[in-house]
Design a protein around this ligand. Structure first.
Ligand code: NPG
Length: 372
């Protein structure tokens, strides 16, 4: 496949409600889109960075600059040297650049989408998906009060979401969890996500979550603190799940071997793309470690690819694969809709979704084309 032109686009989409996590509050989703044109087709990839480097070291304007100044020129050279490209060639071509996994993932996904479209293959078929719908969970941000949280959770359960994830931070942990259990009962699949907000000194506090029978606690400690997570896992009963710490199949294998996690959240952007995401799935499956698909407030493009990934057999827990209307009044693609707590896996070629031109134009801030 020969890429001829690549577009970098920055979009800003208002959220239906502010989303607060331990690292800040978002009102608008500002992300990037990469479009790769080839002689025969076109493909899209979503750049899932945040506006500021507070979830990971990447951020949208920085990632767009890395794409423009480093990754796209490298990919262009690799394509010229080899007389073409396939999806497996992207990561090796970009390997001289350290880190910047979300930027690499966006570029690789755009190449993959175009490559799949040229072959009339869907992402789900190509990945080896074994389901045609996936269970949907929802991530519930930190709220100003417990009654407000209970209203939000009640609303999501009424819509049919099959699993609730509560964002927590010091001062917003035991009380909201206890209140949700008390109001909605023990049968609700419930988990919490700290986004690195605690330290090992908080182990006694986190152990007080044990009686609430949570599915897991996600990323309680700092990203690099693998040893701390292993120690915490020995001190609490709630299974420890890692998100930020897992940046590759190798880091997943290490974390599992060290006893730092019993569950893994796979986010393709965080790990450099869907090829690496599938490798993590395979490593975890080999260790009987359940995985689930995380979310980065994706538009329909990224959501489509995530839903295909979440249809692999090792994804045995519901993911943050919510319907489009959880975040956006108007998505830039045909929206994903909740049906009996599930989302349908797209079967059309490539990602199975493309931006609707008028909707995309309405949220676009900048666009530039780079000729290869
Ligand atoms: O459903 O897309 C979603 C969001 C799920 O809570 C969610 N994502 O830490 O996992 C997270 C959090 C997040 C969102 C992290 C955006 C980084 C960026």
């Amino acid at each position: 496949m020969k890429p001829t032109e690549i577009e970098l686009r920055r979009v800003a989409i208002p959220l239906v409600a502010p989303f607060r996590t331990s690292f800040g509050t978002q009102h608008t989703r500002e992300l990037g889109l990469v479009r790769v044109r080839t002689e025969q087709s076109e493909g899209w990839g979503e750049l899932v960075t945040m506006t500021a480097p507070v979830y990971s070291s990447e951020y949208t304007d920085g990632a767009l600059a890395v794409l423009r100044d480093h990754l796209i020129p490298m990919l262009a050279r690799a394509a010229a040297d080899k007389g073409g490209l396939d999806p497996w060639a992207v990561a090796p071509a970009l390997a001289p650049v350290k880190g910047h996994r979300m930027a690499k993932a966006a570029l690789e996904t755009a190449v993959l989408d175009a490559w799949l479209r040229e072959r009339s293959l869907s992402m789900a078929q190509w990945l080896g998906a074994t389901r045609d719908k996936v269970a949907a969970g929802v991530s519930v941000g930190i709220m100003d009060s417990v009654p407000q949280l209970l209203d939000a959770v009640g609303g999501y359960l009424a819509e049919g979401y099959l699993r609730i994830k509560l964002k927590i931070e010091p001062g917003w942990d035991l009380e909201p969890v206890a209140a949700v259990r008390e109001r909605f009962g023990d049968d609700v699949l419930l988990q919490v996500d700290a986004n690195t907000a605690y330290t090992l000194a908080d182990a006694p506090l986190l152990a007080r979550l044990d009686p609430f029978d949570l599915l897991l606690i996600e990323q309680p400690l700092e990203e690099e603190d693998i040893r701390g997570h292993a120690e915490l896992a020995r001190r609490i009963k709630t299974p420890v799940c890692l998100d930020e710490s897992i940046v590759s199949a190798r880091s997943a294998a290490d974390a599992i071997a060290l006893g730092a996690c019993a569950v893994v959240n796979i986010k393709p952007g965080r790990v450099g793309g869907y090829l690496e995401a599938r490798r993590i799935h395979d490593v975890c499956a080999a260790h009987a470690v359940p995985v689930w698909c995380g979310g980065m407030l994706e538009t329909g493009l990224g959501r489509a690819a995530n839903v295909a990934l979440a249809a692999l057999p090792g994804f045995t827990l519901p993911g943050d694969t919510s319907a489009s209307d959880r975040y956006y009044r108007t998505d830039i693609t045909e929206p994903f809709v909740l049906k009996d707590g599930h989302l349908d896996v797209p079967h059309e070629p490539g990602l199975g979704r493309t931006p609707i031109p008028e909707l995309l134009a309405a949220v676009t801030e900048t666009s530039e084309w780079i000729t290869l």
